[in-house]
Design a protein around this ligand. Structure first.
Ligand code: AGP
Length: 600
């Protein structure tokens, strides 16, 4: 999952490319590079972050260029494997995001035809293929080259002496930014927001030919038009607004994100999504598919829908679903994906559609691939989420799931298990922004606990019912950014094995909700303490019993049990953030991770 950028205009390309690459670093950051064309193509790349490349790279003159920030797939991070990659004569340069599955065979073929390769990457076959097919027309040579390629790609091609850039996409995102006597090509919108808020999304199979004053798009050899969109996100949205890290900023944005996401749907005059379709098709069960944090939101969604609508719900990992299971008849399918570009989730959408199963996508990125291949899309309104660790997007996904279940209960009234519940739910939803603000106001207490936890290397998170997936997500957040080995577990499961790992060096974080699971949680907490593990409890204000039992209590505001995942999770997000901060970890760019995973 790399970030690619292209610039063509009347300004010096290098500083613009480096600035945009800086905004793309959350997509991959093990190496980076730029190529600028003037009388020849000059390439500067290295195993450094963009900031260091900016300092080290010589000034390269030219108003056309391409850039790349990498997350290695084929070929370890090295100067020679960094992008851009060139052909034998250095006259064609390419940046690529995706994977070329048949590159080994193509490489052998090209070597037998006299081409010299310098890197271990799959991408390097592309400039050599373009060189092989070039007969004076760059886009035709790119089209011919891509006919040989099997795999996923978003790529930009630069050729010396050519006053244009050629871009192509298949299964990886690519967007054109429209300027005044200049144009941009990028993997996503935040990269270009300093320069334009007018964009055009390329579709799979599109070839874009971009000059300073024109944009032409071809698909299957035919000229096509792609709609121009105006982006509502501001540059500020994509900046830190005075917070030390994007993650902390995004955690603190959640009261607004809840208002924005709910506000959009509760006030909508037109139905945001046609739930009647699901009723009319006699949907009898639901299948929710996703990956990573979005999958844990899907599991919370299972509890919400089953409780409110009494419809059986399967929440499944998209990567597993793609190989092992299939939707049942009369199943409504929902996929959840913040980026809208996660390869496993996109593949699941395609599989569902192949068997005629209607797919509703919940995504945060307008125009993302998921939003364009699903039958219907509901957008979370979390704004750009830059930090690799998902926080506000998770909460926004829960808001959509609450709203979906509520709306569906009104469409199919016989489904609603308890009519009074509807009014309580709407009231509870409206109070959530202020409840989350209370959690944020309690940050000092959470920081104390984080200081305590930062000394440990292993720990467990436990919860029951709707807070079991919250324990899973809490553990994932801590793993991702603090590198502490943490496991989320259903509280009732610890005694079936993990007890063996408990002891004074393995704290347990217990999510204790005053619902039907309360007594059982107290029992589990006593069992943990008998095995000398330090016990940190998330519990409601004024819960004395827990106060006596736990070594550390973080109080959370009183909410309806069905909303407890929201306040508990924001608490665990802050706990993970401050534990990682205490350990001095690179919070926004954790090692080995990337924001959207666009390969299987
Ligand atoms: C979460 O913090 C991670 N960034 C990761 O698990 C993420 O949730 C997963 O890759 C799914 O991404 P998506 O929501 O964009 O599909």
């Amino acid at each position: 999952m790399c970030g690619i950028i292209g610039y063509i205009g009347n300004k010096q390309a290098q500083p613009i490319l480096l600035n945009c690459l800086g905004r793309l670093e959350y997509r991959g950051y093990d190496s980076c590079g730029v190529a600028v064309s003037n009388s020849s193509i000059e390439v500067y790349k290295d195993v450094v972050r963009v900031g260091a490349l900016r300092k080290a790279s010589p000034r390269i003159k030219g108003t056309i260029g391409i850039g790349h920030t990498r997350w290695a797939t084929y070929g370890e991070p090295s100067q020679v494997n960094a992008h851009p990659h060139c052909d034998c004569h250095g006259s064609i340069a390419v940046v690529h995001n995706g994977i070329i599955n048949n590159f080994q065979r193509l490489k052998h073929q090209l070597i037998s035809e006299g081409h010299n390769f310098v890197s271990e990457t799959d991408t390097e076959v592309i400039p050599h293929l373009i060189e092989k097919y070039y007969r004076g027309n760059l886009e035709e040579a790119v089209e011919a080259a891509l006919r040989d390629v099997d795999g996923s790609y978003a790529l930009i091609v630069l050729r010396v002496g050519e006053p244009r850039l050629v871009a192509a996409r298949k299964d990886s995102p690519l967007i054109i930014g429209i300027g005044d006597r200049e144009n941009f090509i990028a993997s996503d919108v935040p990269a270009m927001l300093d320069y334009t808020d007018r964009v055009m999304y390329l579709e799979d199979g599109d070839i874009g030919v971009v000059t300073p004053n024109s944009i032409k798009v071809r698909s299957d050899g035919m000229e096509v038009t792609r709609e121009e969109h105006k982006i509502s996100w501001s540059v500020a949205d994509a900046q830190k607004a005075g917070y030390e890290h994007f993650m902390l900023k995004e955690i603190h944005e959640q009261p607004k994100v809840i208002r924005d996401t709910l506000g959009e749907y509760v006030q909508a005059t037109e139905p945001v999504v046609d739930l009647a379709v699901m009723r009319d098709e006699g949907i009898e069960s639901m299948l929710i598919l996703a990956c990573g944090s979005s999958y844990y939101a899907a599991v919370v969604g299972k509890y919400i829908v089953e409780e409110l609508l009494g419809i059986p719900v399967r929440a499944e990992l998209a990567s597993e679903f793609n190989y092992f299971s299939r939707p049942l008849a009369r199943t409504g399918a929902i996929v959840i994906t913040q980026s809208g570009e996660t390869a496993d989730t996109l593949k699941a959408i395609k599989r569902l559609k192949e068997v005629g199963c209607p797919v509703l996508a919940i995504t945060n990125v307008v125009g993302s691939t998921a939003s364009r291949i699903a039958d219907q899309t509901i957008y979370t309104r979390a704004g750009p989420e830059i930090s690799v660790a998902a926080t506000k997007s998770f909460t926004a996904q829960l808001m959509v799931l609450y709203w979906l279940a509520l709306s569906y209960s009104q469409v199919d009234i016989k489904r609603l298990t308890d009519i009074r519940r509807l009014a309580d739910m709407i009231m509870g939803l409206r109070q959530l922004p202020s409840k989350v603000q209370q959690v944020l106001d309690n940050e000092g207490k959470i920081m104390e606990c984080a200081d305590y936890l930062s000394a440990y290397e292993d720990m467990f998170f436990i919860g029951r019912g709707i807070n079991f997936p919250v324990a899973l997500e809490g553990a994932l957040k801590l793993k991702e950014i603090s590198y502490i080995h943490a496991e989320g577990y259903a509280a009732g499961e610890l005694k079936h094995g993990p007890f063996a790992l408990l002891g004074s060096d393995t704290p347990v974080i217990a999510i204790v909700d005053p619902d039907s699971t309360y007594e059982a949680m107290l029992t589990n907490i006593r069992e943990v303490q008998t095995r000398r593990s330090p016990l940190i409890a998330l519990a409601e204000d004024g819960d004395e019993a827990i106060g006596e039992l736990a070594d550390f209590v973080i109080t959370v505001p009183r909410v309806d049990a069905i909303f407890s995942p929201v306040v508990n999770l924001v608490t665990l997000q802050l706990l993970a953030y401050h534990t990682a901060k205490k350990k001095g970890c690179p919070i926004d760019f954790p090692r080995n991770l990337a924001k959207s995973v666009t390969v299987e």
